[in-house]
Design a protein around this ligand. Structure first.
Ligand code: C5P
Length: 302
């Protein structure tokens, strides 16, 4: 399977509310038909229609497009000002699928930078890693969805109730606004943590075990995506449903100077190992020609 198969629409970043509403309507009709099946009256109601029996059992969320992003490269706008971010975004937009706005840029430039990047037509991944009581995380997620972001992060270590609240808030807010369902991504163990860090805070000291435990908890709580290191991809693909979206930083092409990312894969290797999306920062924005760097990475995936 290539990345293209994971993407519901390859025709641009814009959401299409009417289309999505129709898809949602169809999914609810399917649910009603399913309910009729369960109460045993389907033979009377559906007997003369050639409707495949599996359709009623598809849950509504399975029919909703997740995010409409053109290619799997998410370029990290890890720069300190709105002006630098917009300049970089304009330069590389044709070669990337989305932009990641993290703590540095958001704290410096505020929610307005999300609106300005969205106004260019690009999809936005808001990486603020929410971790708080369920009510506060739900409200933070709602605020992010109102900014029209397509992906956002929460910490899975906040627990199942917090994750359920985040997913529910994302679904309800998107529905109210007529937006495509955004992807709430769970962060498991930060790649900066090791056995000592985990033991310090009283967790299972084996990072791989802790990642697997939090990943399972996240999926059971309803999350449809996770952020993970490239070296966790293979193990997570073995234990998670294939529909779970894995977003992976720590990507290096081999052409850039060594830096603080220790556990890396190339873009092609990461996709082959099961990544759905690649978060790439310095190999693009730190390159002499960021546009050419992004184009080379995209070409390496085909
Ligand atoms: O420059 P580089 O490609 O290393 O950037 C990776 C991006 O992914 C950065 O924005 C960084 O904050 C983020 N990230 C990461 N490792 C994680 C989670 C996020 O490098 N575990």
């Amino acid at each position: 399977m290539t990345w293209a198969h994971l993407i519901p629409s390859l025709n641009g970043n814009d959401v299409k509310p009417l289309h999505y509403k129709m898809v949602n309507l169809l999914s609810y009709v399917s649910l009603v038909i399913g309910a009729l099946n369960f109460i045993g009256s389907w033979r009377l109601v559906l007997g003369c229609f050639p409707i495949p029996l599996f359709i009623p059992f598809i849950p509504p969320y399975a029919l909703r497009p997740v995010v409409a992003i053109r290619n799997p490269i998410i370029a990290a706008l890890d720069v300190p000002s709105a002006e630098q971010a917009l300049k970089l975004a304009e330069l590389i937009a044709p070669a990337v699928g989305a932009f990641k706005i993290g703590g540095e840029l958001f704290t410096a430039a505020g929610p307005d930078i999300v609106r300005r990047v969205r106004a260019t037509g690009a999809a936005v991944f808001l990486d603020l890693k929410f971790h708080d009581i369920p009510n506060t995380v739900a409200k933070s997620v709602a605020s992010a969805i109102r900014l029209d972001v397509q992906m956002l992060t929460i910490h899975t270590s906040g627990g199942a109730e917090m994750m359920r609240a985040a997913e529910k808030s994302a679904a309800e807010t998107a529905r109210q606004l007529g937006l495509a369902m955004p992807l709430v991504l769970g962060v498991t163990v930060l790649t900066s943590s090791n056995a000592t860090t985990l033991a310090e805070i009283g967790c299972e000291p084996n990072p791989e075990h802790q990642v697997a435990r939090l990943a399972r908890l996240a999926v059971a709580a309803g999350l449809r995506g996770l952020v993970c290191s490239p070296l966790e991809l293979t193990a997570l693909r073995q234990i998670l449903p294939a529909s779970v979206q894995l977003v992976t930083p720590g990507i290096r092409t081999g052409a850039e100077p060594a830096d603080d990312q220790k556990r890396t894969l190339t873009p092609r290797e990461a996709m082959a190992a099961g990544a759905s999306w690649l978060v790439i920062g310095r190999p693009i924005y730190g390159a002499e020609n960021p546009r050419a760097a992004a184009e080379t990475i995209l070409a390496s995936l085909s």
